[in-house]
Design a protein around this ligand. Structure first.
Ligand code: AHM
Ligand code: MG
Length: 341
C-alpha cells in the first residue's frame, strides 16, 4: 500500500491516536479512554438517528440535578457513556451534567488515573424536532494519591484538561478532538463503523461577520452586552463598519461546529432574568471543553472578562457566561465588557 504522511487526513481515529502516543502527546491509557468515548458516541449516534422508529423521542418523565426535564435520549446517552467507560480500567471517576455528583468506578473494576466529564446529549430540546444535538466531553487527571475521587477533585481549571472534544450528530456524525496539539475532526464512516480524520489542524478565521446568540433575551442583558450587539446590528454605517449576519441553532455543539468551520462568535451571556446565575451554560461540561477545542484551533474563549480556561471552578455544576470563537471578535466583545467595569 501507499505510505501516508502523518500530516494527511483520511487516517482512522485509532491511527491518529497511536501516532500521538508515539509523539509523546498521549499515553496508552488516555488513548484507550478516547477510543472508548468515541465508541460510546457511535452508539449514541445510532440511537439518535433511529428517531421515532427507535422509540427514543420525548420526555423521560424525570428531572436532572438542575431541575430540567430529561429527554429519553438524555438518559440513554448518559447510560451508554457510563457503561462504556466504567470497566476499561482507565478512569478513576466520571461526572455528568445529568447526575448530581460524580460517580466512582465500581470496585469490581481496576481504577485508572483519569477523570471524565461529559454532557451526554447537549441541545436535547432539539431532539424531537430532528435538529443536530451532540455529546461534549472533557478529561482531567485524577490528583496524585487520590484513590476515592469526590466532586472536589474535579474542580480543576480548564487549563488542566488533557483532552476534550465533542461529537455532533448532524447530517453526518463528526467527532472533534484536541489532546492539546491542535484540533482535528473525524467523520463517522457508517459502512466501516469507524471515525476517519476529515480535517487536520482546524483554524478558526480570526475575523468574522457572523454572531450566534439567543436574541430573545436582549431585554434581560446587562448594558455592555446590549451595547456590543447593538453595534453589531448597526452594520456598515455603525461603529463596527461592517454588516453582521446571525445564526442560532440552540445546540451549542452545532453552533460551535459552524464557528470552527467558517468562523463566528458564540455568546451565551449572563443576564438579569436570573441575576444569581452567572450564565446558563455549565463551566465543566460545556464551556471548558469547547474553550479548549476553540483555543487549539486558534480561537479565543472568555466569560466577557477573563479567559474561560483560567477560571478556578468552585462547584461541579457551576454555570458561566460564554463568549467564544474568532479571536479578534471575542477580543472586541471582551473589551466592551471590561471597559464597562
Ligand atoms: P442543555 O445542556 O440543557 O441542552 O442546554 C444547553 C443548550 C446549548 O446547547 C444551547 O446553546 C443553549 O442551551 C440554548 O439555549 P436557549 O434555548 O436559551 O437558546
Ligand atoms: Mg448541555
Amino acid at each position: 500500500g501507499t505510505h501516508r504522511g502523518t500530516r494527511e487526513t483520511g487516517i482512522s481515529l485509532t491511527r491518529y491516536l497511536i501516532e500521538e502516543q508515539r509523539a509523546g502527546h498521549v499515553c496508552a491509557d488516555l488513548r484507550l479512554l478516547i477510543e472508548v468515548v468515541a465508541r460510546a458516541c457511535k452508539s449514541i449516534s445510532h440511537a439518535v438517528s433511529k428517531g421515532a422508529l427507535g422509540n427514543v423521542l420525548g420526555d423521560a418523565g424525570t428531572d436532572n440535578v438542575q431541575g430540567e426535564a430529561q429527554k429519553k435520549l438524555d438518559v440513554l446517552s448518559n447510560e451508554i457513556l457510563i457503561e462504556a467507560n466504567e470497566w476499561g480500567g482507565h478512569l478513576a471517576a466520571l461526572a455528568s451534567e445529568e447526575m448530581d455528583h460524580c460517580q466512582a468506578i465500581p470496585n469490581v473494576y481496576p481504577k485508572g488515573n483519569y477523570l471524565l466529564l461529559f454532557d451526554p446529549l447537549d441541545g436535547s430540546s432539539n431532539i424531537d424536532v430532528n435538529i443536530s444535538v451532540g455529546t461534549i466531553f472533557s478529561v482531567l487527571r485524577c490528583p496524585d494519591g487520590v484513590t476515592q475521587p469526590t466532586d472536589e477533585h474535579f474542580l480543576q481549571p480548564g487549563t488542566a484538561q488533557v483532552a476534550a472534544g465533542y461529537t455532533v450528530y448532524g447530517p453526518s456524525t463528526v467527532l472533534v478532538l484536541t489532546v492539546g496539539h491542535g484540533t482535528h475532526a473525524f467523520t463517522l464512516d457508517r459502512e466501516q463503523g469507524g471515525f476517519v480524520m476529515t480535517q487536520r489542524d482546524i483554524r478558526i478565521p480570526e475575523e468574522t461577520q457572523e454572531f450566534a446568540v439567543n436574541m430573545s433575551n436582549m431585554r434581560h442583558w446587562y448594558p455592555p452586552m446590549r451595547r456590543y450587539v447593538e453595534d453589531l446590528l448597526a452594520g456598515k454605517t455603525g461603529p463596527r463598519g461592517k454588516d453582521f449576519n446571525m445564526r442560532w441553532v440552540a445546540s451549542m455543539v452545532a453552533d460551535v461546529h459552524r464557528i470552527l468551520t467558517r468562523g463566528g462568535i458564540f455568546i451565551y451571556p449572563r443576564d438579569t432574568k436570573d441575576p444569581d446565575k452567572p450564565g446558563k451554560l455549565r463551566l465543566m461540561y460545556e464551556a471548558n471543553p469547547m474553550a479548549f477545542v476553540v483555543e487549539q484551533a486558534g480561537g479565543a474563549a472568555t466569560n466577557g472578562y477573563e479567559r474561560l480556561l483560567d477560571i478556578q471552578p468552585s462547584k461541579l455544576h457551576q454555570r458561566v457566561a460564554v463568549f467564544l470563537g474568532s479571536k479578534n471578535e471575542v477580543a472586541v466583545a471582551t473589551r466592551y465588557h471590561r471597559e464597562a467595569q
